[in-house]
Design a protein around this ligand. Structure first.
Ligand code: ASP
Ligand code: MG
Length: 405
C-alpha cells in the first residue's frame, strides 16, 4: 500500500464531467489499495474572474479581503468532488485550508506555508477516508484566510505530500509531462521521462509554466517524489527526481523561454564605487526583481549599465530610476519591452565545457543578436529580440540534439 497525494489543476476540474473523471482517477488509486489525499485547484478561469472582481471593486484592494474572495474557487471544486466520490460509495470529505489547518505566514496574496497538522488526516486515511483538500489556501497567524500566490495549489499538494510523508505526489494537468521545450513552438519537442529537481526548478522559474516554482523548491527540499501527468490520457508522465535516479543524462535537458522581460539601459553613468548600490537599492526597495545585469567597460570615467526586470514592473522601474537621477546623475535612460529570455538548462553543464559556445554560434548562424548574457552552474540565458523567439528556440533545440527522432 502506498500513500499518494493526487493534485488536479484547473483544466482537470473545469466542469462537472471533468470532475467526474477526476473521481474515477481517485477511485482507481483506492481500488489499487492505496491511501489517497486529493488537492484541487479552482475550475479554470474562476480565479481570474475572482481577481478581476477585486480589481473592479478597488484596484488598491485590501489583500486580506482579496484572499477571502479568491480562495473561494477551490471550495467549490473540493465540495463537488467529495459529493461525487461519496456517490461512488467511497468515504470522502472536503477540507478548507483552515480546517486542516494549513498554517501560513500573514503575507496575504503570496503567503508561505509554515506548518501542516496531519494527525487528523492520517487517522482518517487509515480509516479509509479520502480527504479532498482545497489547494492555494491556508490560515494566517491572525486566523484569516490566506492564499499562496497564483498557481499555488501545486505548492499545497507538495507541502501536503511532504507533511504526510507520501510515497508519491502526482500532479495531474492538461499536458502529459515536462517537455524539452514548448511543443506549441517547437513541434519536435520531446517529453522527458525524468528531470532533476534542479533542472525543473530552473525550467519553472525561467518560464515553463507546468509547476509553480515554489512547489519545486519544496519538493527538492523534502525530496518528494513528484510526477507530472495528464488527467486526460492514461500514459506515463515526467518524474521529477534526484540526479542519481537518471541513468542516461543529456548535457542539456531543456530550453525555457520567458516573455515577461523588459530591458533597461542607463547610459553615461559615473563609474565609481556605490553606483550599482544607488541604482539597484531603490529598485529592490520597490520590490522589483532585477535579473540579468551587464556593465560596459568605462570610457573616461563613465559607463553604461543594462539590466532586465519583469515586463509588468517596467513602468514602476522607470519611475524609480527617474527619481534617483539627482543622486546617480546619468546621461540617458532607455528601455525595451520587446525582448525575450531564452535559457538552456542542464545539470550536465557542471562537467561539460562548450555549452554556452554552442548557444552563441547557433544564434549567430541565424543572424540573431544577443543583447545580454547571464549564466549559472546549470544554465545559460540570453536576451534577444522577441521576434526571433521561434527561430531561436528551434535552432537551439536542434543544436543540442534534443529534437524528437
Ligand atoms: N486557482 C489558483 C490559481 O488559478 C491556484 C491554482 O490553480 O494553482 O492561481
Ligand atoms: Mg497550475
Amino acid at each position: 500500500m502506498a500513500r499518494i497525494v493526487q493534485k488536479f489543476g484547473g483544466t482537470s476540474v473545469a466542469n462537472m464531467e471533468r470532475i467526474r473523471n477526476v473521481a474515477r482517477l481517485v477511485k482507481k488509486e483506492i481500488d489499487a489499495g492505496n491511501q489517497v489525499a486529493v488537492v484541487l485547484s479552482a475550475m479554470s478561469g474562476v480565479t481570474n474572474q475572482l481577481v478581476a472582481y477585486c480589481e473592479e471593486a478597488n484596484p488598491l484592494y485590501d489583500t486580506a479581503e482579496y484572499d477571502a474572495v479568491v480562495s473561494t474557487g477551490e471550495q467549490v471544486t473540493v465540495g463537488l468532488l467529495a459529493i461525487l466520490l461519496q456517490g461512488m460509495g467511497l468515504k470522502a470529505r472536503s477540507f478548507a485550508g483552515w480546517q486542516i489547518p494549513i498554517h501560513t505566514d500573514d503575507a496575504h496574496g503570496k503567503a508561505r506555508i509554515v506548518e501542516i497538522d496531519t494527525d487528523d488526516l492520517i487517522g482518517r486515511m487509515n480509516a479509509g477516508e479520502i480527504p479532498v483538500v482545497a489547494g492555494f489556501q491556508g490560515i494566517g497567524s491572525d486566523g484569516r484566510v490566506t492564499t499562496l500566490g497564483r498557481g499555488g495549489s501545486d505548492t499545497s499538494a507538495v507541502a501536503l505530500a511532504a507533511a504526510l510523508n507520501a510515497d508519491r505526489c502526482d500532479i495531474y494537468t492538461d499536458v502529459d509531462g515536462v517537455y524539452t521545450t514548448d511543443p506549441r513552438i517547437v513541434p519536435k519537442a520531446r517529453k522527458l521521462p525524468r528531470i532533476t529537481y534542479e533542472e525543473m526548478l530552473e525550467m519553472a522559474s525561467l518560464g515553463a509554466k507546468v509547476l509553480q516554482t515554489r512547489s519545486v523548491e519544496m519538493a527538492m527540499k523534502y525530496r518528494v517524489n513528484l510526477q507530472v501527468l495528464s488527467s486526460f490520457e492514461d500514459i506515463p508522465g515526467t518524474l521529477v527526481c534526484d540526479e542519481e535516479d537518471i541513468v542516461e543524462k543529456e548535457i542539456v535537458s531543456g530550453i525555457a523561454y520567458s516573455r515577461d522581460e523588459a530591458k533597461v539601459t542607463i547610459q553615461g553613468v559615473k563609474d565609481h564605487p556605490g553606483i550599482a548600490a544607488a541604482l539597484f537599492g531603490p529598485l529592490a526597495a520597490a520590490n522589483i526583481n532585477v535579473d540579468m545585469i551587464v556593465q560596459n567597460v568605462s570610457e573616461e570615467g563613465h559607463t553604461d549599465m543594462t539590466f532586465t526586470v519583469p515586463r509588468s514592473d517596467l513602468g514602476r522601474a522607470l519611475k524609480v530610476l527617474e527619481q534617483v537621477r539627482d543622486v546617480v546623475d546619468y546621461r540617458d535612460l532607455s528601455h525595451s519591452d520587446t525582448v525575450v529570455k531564452l535559457s538552456v538548462i542542464g545539470v550536465g553543464m557542471r562537467t561539460h565545457a562548450g555549452v554556452a559556445q554552442k548557444m552563441f554560434s547557433a544564434l549567430a548562424e541565424r543572424g540573431i543578436n544577443i543583447l545580454v548574457i547571464s549564466t549559472s552552474e546549470i544554465k545559460v540565458s540570453v536576451l534577444i529580440e522577441e521576434e526571433y523567439t521561434e527561430l531561436a528556440l528551434r535552432a537551439l533545440h536542434t543544436a543540442y540534439g534534443l529534437d524528437a527522432r
